[in-house]
Design a protein around this ligand. Structure first.
Ligand SMILES: Nc1ncnc2c1ncn2[C@@H]1O[C@H](COP(=O)(O)OP(=O)(O)OP(=O)(O)O)[C@@H](O)[C@H]1O
Length: 291
């Protein structure tokens, strides 16, 4: 059984497309990265998963249950963090913790550990917090009842680098405990760091879904060098001049590449994997990816 199962999901707002025909699945215990440009349909899909929005047609199931039919049962087992945290503004953080602990059973020791990890000041009122600190309260509330599935919408935007790092560490810790995490984000470096699988959505259709390591393996290497010189080798594409040298993409065995490069005089040379951002852009920019 998949923790999340979406099949041919369609949702229109009047005559405006939300989702066209989206399909994806998320396995138990994995961190799934959900990415796509503005307006692609990410929030629509998340709102359907949470039972907040009815679908038109297709399948939307969480933990084996239909999202709309079993809304309240699903909510007990989901931790959801919206992209912008909004809680009772005049409540102190400790009062918010008490409020949510009364709705859903929590382990106080675990809550305290989260408060310390996220470096949260529980004496402040929600409205007195900065954007980043409000975001941390969103993370705390989503995690504090130790749900089986976490659905996180842009969780790290606005967090300082240290807290971002701690937060990503926390996600990996939760994964170790067997929790499943669905992470929608524009911060592709975060997705690349923690996700096992990734889905790309465009115009309401999931155009690519794959394991992160397969996705990266299928792609080419990037070679960056200084100073400029004309390099030629089979498997090379997109040769470009940069301010200090050049770059190209390379698909093929390492040995012939290294033989050619060893003939050159470099002050700097980097052979690296493509980043998720580069993979993402190539899918979004290439003609055949247009759907
Ligand atoms: N309430 C609504 N009424 C009409 N159209 C809507 C509504 N909500 C979303 N849409 C449209 O549905 C499409 C998908 O929007 P959605 O918010 O799901 O995208 P998104 O991928 O979350 O975008 P972003 O990254 O900008 O948040 C967009 O074209 C949007 O304009």
């Amino acid at each position: 059984m998949h923790v999340i199962e979406i099949n041919d999901l369609k949702k229109y707002y009047g005559n405006k497309r939300g989702l066209e025909k989206a399909s994806l699945y998320v396995n138990k215990g994995e961190i799934y990265g959900f990415i796509g440009p503005n307006g692609a349909g990410k929030t629509t899909l998340i709102r359907i998963l949470l039972g907040l929005l009815p679908k038109d047609t297709g399948v939307a199931r969480v933990l084996g249950m239909d999202c709309k039919m079993a809304e309240s049962k699903i909510h007990e087992q989901i931790g959801y963090m919206p992209s912008e945290a909004a809680f009772f503004p005049e409540y102190k953080v400790k009062e918010l913790i008490a409020f949510y602990s009364a709705i859903r059973p929590t382990n106080p020791a675990y809550v305290q550990k989260l408060v310390e990890t996220l470096d949260i000041d529980v004496e402040k009122t929600f409205q007195a917090l900065s954007f980043g600190n409000k975001k941390k309260i969103g993370i705390l509330i989503a995690l504090m009842h130790e749900p089986e599935l976490l659905i996180l919408d842009e969780p790290t935007t606005g967090l300082d680098p240290l807290i971002q790092k701690q937060f990503l560490g926390l996600l990996l810790e939760l994964k170790k405990q067997g929790k499943t995490i669905f992470l929608s984000s524009h911060v592709l470096s975060d997705i690349q760091k923690v996700c096992d699988r990734v889905g790309l959505i465009k115009n309401g259709v999931v155009i690519l879904e794959n394991d992160m390591h397969i996705l990266k393996k299928e792609e080419h290497k990037i070679v960056e060098f200084t100073p400029y010189q004309a390099i030629q080798i089979d498997g090379m594409t997109d040769f470009q001049t940069t301010t200090s040298g050049g770059t190209f993409k390379y698909r093929g065995q390492m040995k012939p590449l290294l033989q050619v490069l060893s003939q050159c005089e470099f002050t700097d040379l980097v052979i690296r994997d493509v980043t998720l951002e580069e993979i993402f852009l190539s899918y979004y920019e290439s003609e055949h990816a247009h759907v």
